[in-house]
Design a protein around this ligand. Structure first.
Ligand code: ZN
Length: 326
């Protein structure tokens, strides 16, 4: 019996030892796991806090301005120095078409032959057609790419920008800026560009895009909430569709008030272009003293051919009565 009891005790001890060993291993494992979990959580929260910074940093690297060119690729070093604030003629086009039915649409419809003559005149006279980013640099620095420069802007995101204007820009290697009404694009509105066409033009480097709001309402007449929506939503869409930081607003019908400007600034716009003849705006070359949120333009009507246009872009043009016409 004693022997058996001894055996039993020994066996019992053995089992206890094994259980103790297993328990110890489990305990150590738990402690190690616990410590590593705590460390991991620390790292994770550390890296989590870095995620937005990292992604926003890489976003800002990836993002370009409205012009589609990165900040560092501009040939700034080759630019001319200017002693005073630069003056930049900004031309306001709408639609150019080869189709007679279109041209019955009114004074904003320019025959494509007139547009081609205008582009050719600028080309032959040695004008540089600037990107929106270059335009901003010209407005905010005492440097310029050329003594002869002009910013071509096309309002409303018309299909004609792709169908009729883009081929001419390619033909003469000239640059233009399109002001997009994002809601019209989203609704696949007839006669309006698609996002694919907009992206193709942007990728060419010949066209960049700025905001012309969501639905082309006169911002100067809207409530704070409605104006905010128009400015915010259009910027958000252009930013995400085109991978850019849209910072230029083209006020629909040139309509704005002081609150509009403040809302736009709060939302990340730093520059605005206006229409001649609205809010007392006169047609003249834009310069910093006009206010960066209210840069004036020259209206290019259906009949504005090379000789009138050259009088706009030539230096020292100030008020021009014809540009106050609606
Ligand atoms: Zn418009």
């Amino acid at each position: 019996m004693k022997k058996r009891a001894n055996k039993y005790q020994k066996k019992h001890h053995g089992i206890r030892n094994v259980i103790f060993l297993i328990f110890s291993i489990l305990l150590i494992t738990l402690i190690v796991y616990g410590i590593s979990a705590v460390l991991n959580r620390g790292e994770a929260s550390g890296s989590n806090s870095k995620v937005p910074q990292t992604s926003s940093r890489s976003n800002s690297n990836r993002k370009t301005s409205s012009s589609g060119q990165s900040e560092t690729t501009g040939p700034t070093q080759k630019w001319l120095q200017s002693k005073t604030d630069n003056e930049l003629p900004i031309l306001m086009f709408h639609y150019a078409s080869s189709q007679a039915a279109d041209l019955a649409g009114g004074s904003n419809w320019m025959p494509d032959s007139t547009l081609e003559a205008d582009l050719l005149a600028l080309k032959n006279a040695g004008y540089t057609t600037v990107t929106s980013e270059q335009a901003i640099k010209i407005m905010t620095s005492h440097t310029k790419p050329s003594n002869k420069m002009v910013w071509l802007t096309f309002d409303d995101g018309s299909l004609t920008l792709y169908r009729d204007v883009f081929p001419l820009l390619k033909k003469y290697n000239m640059h233009a800026t399109g002001a997009i009404i994002t809601g019209f694009v989203d609704n696949h509105q007839s006669g309006i560009l698609t996002w694919e066409q907009i992206k193709e033009m942007k990728a060419s480097g010949l066209v960049d895009f700025i905001s012309h709001t969501v639905s082309h309402l006169d911002l100067g007449t809207l409530s704070t909430a409605d104006a905010t929506y128009q400015l915010q939503q259009s910027k958000k869409e252009l930013d995400s569709e085109l991978g850019q930081d849209t910072n230029i607003i083209c006020y629909p019908a040139g309509g704005y008030n002081q609150e509009t400007i403040q809302i736009a600034k709060n939302l990340g716009y730093s520059y605005g272009i206006i229409d001649p003849g609205r809010n007392g705006a006169v047609a003249k070359e834009a310069t910093a003293s006009d206010g960066l949120m209210t840069l004036p333009r020259f209206r290019m009507a259906s009949t504005t051919g090379p000789s009138l246009m050259m009088s706009y872009v030539s230096p020292a043009t100030t008020f021009n009565e014809q540009n106050t016409m609606k």
